[in-house]
Write a protein that binds this ligand. Sequence first.
Ligand code: NAD
Length: 286
Amino acid sequence: MTTPHPYLVGLVGTGVGPSLTPALHMTEGHAQGLDYVYRTLDLNVLGLSPDRVGDVLSWARTLGYDALNITHPCKQLVVEHLDDIDDTARALGAVNTVVFRGGRAHGYNTDITGFAHGFTEGLPGASTSHVILVGAGGAGTAVAAALLGLGTDHLTVVDLDVDRATALAGDLAARHPQAHVDASSFDKLSVLLPEADGVVHATPTGMAEHPGIAFDTALLHPGLWVADIVYRPLDTALLQTARATGCRTLDGGHMAVHQAVDAFALITGLAPDAARMSAHFRNLVA
Ligand code: NAD
C-alpha cells in the first residue's frame, strides 16, 4: 500500500496570523483524506523584510514545501523569483499562489479567479455592461482584471487617490483594448451610479476596524447590483443598505472562499468541495 503524498503549504506575508486560509485548506484537505499541513510564515514574526520573499521561496522549496500562498505586501515582489507565471497573473504583475512542481516555481493569481468564480456563483446573470469599481488598491486591481475577464464592456475606476485610479485604468485599458476602461473622481459617482449595472466596493471601509460606507448610499437604486469584497463582517453596512434599497448583493466571502478553493485545486490537482469550504468559512467568520 502506498502512503498518500503529505502536503506542506505556507502563507507568506505580514500580519498573517489571523488569516482564515490555513484552516480552510487544512479542513478541506482532511475531509478529502489528505495529510495536509498549512502554516503561516509571518515576515514580521520571522524578522524578515518583504524584499526577502525570494529567500523565503528558496528556503520553502528546499525544505519540501509543496506550495505557498503570498499576500500583502509580497504579491508583486515575488514575481521576479518565479520560473513560470500564468498569463493572467503576469499581466497583473501580482501572484498570490506559488506551486513547486517538477523543480520549478509556478505563479498564479487566485484573487482574480476567486472573484470571478464568486461573482458567477453569487450574482448569476448579472449584467456587466457598465461596472463601477470603488477602490484601486491591490484587491481592487485583481477585481478589475476579473471583471474584464468576465466580459465587462465599460469599467470605471474610482478611488480617493485619483492618480492611483487613473494609473490603474490606463494600465487596464492598454491590456484590454476590447473594453472601455476609464477613471473618475468620487464626486462623479452621482452621475455614474444611476446609469451603471453594478458597483464593486474594494476599499477597507466597512471592515470592523474601519466602520462606515465609502460612498453616498442615496445613489443606490434597485436596478444596481452591489458587491462588497470586505468580509469581516460579511454583512457590511453597504450591503445592508443595498438590500434595503432592493439591490442584488454579493458579499466578500465569495471571493475569499474561491481564492482558497482555486489555490487548493492548483496545489493538489484535486477538486475541492466549494460548498463545504464556503460553509466552513461562514462558520469561522460568524
Ligand atoms: P489597499 O490599501 O491596497 O487599497 C485600498 C484602496 O482604497 C486605496 O487605493 C485607497 O486609496 C482606497 N480607499 C481607502 N479608503 C477609501 C474610501 N473611503 N473611499 C475610496 N477609496 C478609498 O487595500 P487592498 O489590499 O486593496 O484591500 C482593500 C480591502 O479589500 C481590504 O481592507 C479587505 O477588506 C478587502 N479584501 C478582501 C478580499 C477577499 O477575498 N474578499 C481579499 C483582499 C482584500
